[in-house]
Design a protein around this ligand. Structure first.
Ligand code: PGA
Length: 236
């Protein structure tokens, strides 16, 4: 079963640290094999780290690795100081973008309409939105998206109280929210994010109804990222 892992590096890492993270990644991949079609690893670095990471991934191709941004402008290219539009990404191999992360909603006051505009911009550029939703966002966010837009998203249940706390939500809650998501978005890929790491219960990590995970802290080193990935993929 394919598991989708989104490594969200958030606002961490200098250029130099990102270079050594990438070196560690490529070194690790040289000595690892994964069962066919078992893993899709989507890396979301900071915007300044994107071109170098993209370049190095192009030199050393691994079909199961893709590139994402952590955010995208809700506007097209133009006079929007500070924003990064989909047009600015042309020439890079960005396939996904995270939108509506709770940290964006909370610290940058993004509204459901802003997030819907980001989804639209991404889809117009053929970039798949990874739409992050707290439980309280689901219905209101779905209401401001068209049905064909909802169907093209990957959704991620991201309970704010479990992000960066070291304590993931319970499997029961995660599966319950999946039903609410499915009722609004259809059977799109369903991810969970919030304190997932190599210590997380195997039952949660390997549950067939969870398509993957959005991972913050545990993606900051290649050791912690792949200890978690190994635990997800190794069923024995
Ligand atoms: P965390 O972050 O893994 O550090 O809890 C997850 C997230 O923000 O999605």
């Amino acid at each position: 079963m394919l598991k989708l892992i989104v490594a969200n590096l958030k606002s961490n890492k200098t250029q130099e640290e990102m270079q050594s993270w990438t070196t560690d990644l490529l070194t690790h991949l040289q000595k690892s094999t994964f069962p066919n079609d078992s893993l899709s690893l989507i890396i979301a670095p900071t915007f300044p780290a994107l071109p170098v990471l993209d370049y190095r991934l192009q030199q050393d191709k691994h079909a199961f690795i893709q590139l994402a941004t952590q955010d995208i402008s809700p506007f097209p290219a133009g006079s929007y100081t500070g924003a990064v539009s989909t047009r600015n990404l042309e020439g890079l191999h960005v396939t996904h973008t995270i939108v509506g992360h709770s940290e964006r909603r909370r610290y940058f006051h993004e509204t459901h309409i802003d997030v819907a505009n980001k989804v639209r911009e991404a889809l117009a550029a053929k970039i798949t939105p990874i739409l992050c939703l707290r439980e309280e966002d689901i219905l209101d966010q779905a209401a401001v998206l068209e049905s064909d837009e909802r169907k093209q998203c990957i959704v991620a249940f991201e309970p704010q109280d479990h992000i960066g706390t070291g304590i993931p939500d319970t499997l029961e809650d995660i599966l319950k929210i999946k039903e609410v998501m499915t009722a609004s978005f259809g059977s799109v890929p369903y991810l969970y994010g919030g304190s997932i790491d190599a210590m997380t219960d195997k039952e949660l990590l390997q549950h067939p109804d969870i398509d993957g995970f959005l991972v913050g802290s545990a993606s900051l080193t290649i050791d912690s990222l792949f200890s978690m990935i190994d635990r997800i993929l190794l069923t024995s």
